[in-house]
Design a protein around this ligand. Sequence first.
Ligand code: ATP
Length: 257
Amino acid sequence: MSILKVDNITMRFGGLVAVSQFDMTLNEGEIVGLIGPNGAGKTTAFNMITGVYKPTEGSVFFQDDKSAVDITKYRPDEITKLGVARTFQNIRLFKELSVLDNVLIANHLRLKSDVFSAMLTLPNYRKEEKAMYEKSIHLLEEVGLQDLMHEKSTSLPYGKQRRLEIARALATNPKVLLLDEPAAGMNPKESLELMDFIADIRDRFKLTIFMIEHHMQVVMGICERIFVLDHGVTIAQGTPSEIQNNEKVIEAYLGVD
Ligand SMILES: Nc1ncnc2c1ncn2[C@@H]1O[C@H](COP(=O)(O)OP(=O)(O)OP(=O)(O)O)[C@@H](O)[C@H]1O
């Protein structure tokens, strides 16, 4: 069953067409990759799906439990609440906060109590806070960061900061997780560990994953389908082996280096 439908979205910045008629359906449980040279429009596509940019044309639909919801005009926080979470190309952690506090903050998005209950620390709020605290610790256990929960987030090695960023996205209970270059800046060993980690959380959290990645070993090793953008245009889509053997892709991307 499809969970996210991207219907011919286009993004223009003045005269520049950053993404042209990007069309894609994500099926539940898939890991799908988005690749392409620098400036191809990958992050812009993510930004349109997550509400950071409103597409100039086209629509995005999220399949809720009951029906397809048109999220094209939703705000980023509304889209996250519905079940689409993301990470960013440059790690965006709260640098001064501990590992645990970084996850706790993300959890707040899910709190049902309002600001007044929080200020007055009413029983319901306290109950939710406690549940949130326990859930955050559980999440850190799930991603193998429990021993580091009281460390400052930026004191973690790079690979673990990425993991924390993903844990933070998981705290919002997503159904779809968008990862923007999760292997960026990682050494080969960290990249391989990341691949196993992503496949593992997909299974354990029943996620559908859409990821931008330049690291070919990661993309080809983990994605079931891949889309290739070049100058905003989808020049290919298919399985990893189809993409690796596609002449347009080789010319536009894999051949360049
Ligand atoms: N807010 C903006 N205003 C104007 N132009 C933009 C804006 N955001 C992106 N662009 C342009 O749109 C094009 C696509 O950029 P985008 O960041 O989506 O590419 P990308 O494939 O993610 O690149 P990279 O791999 O380098 O991250 C680029 O030419 C970029 O300069």
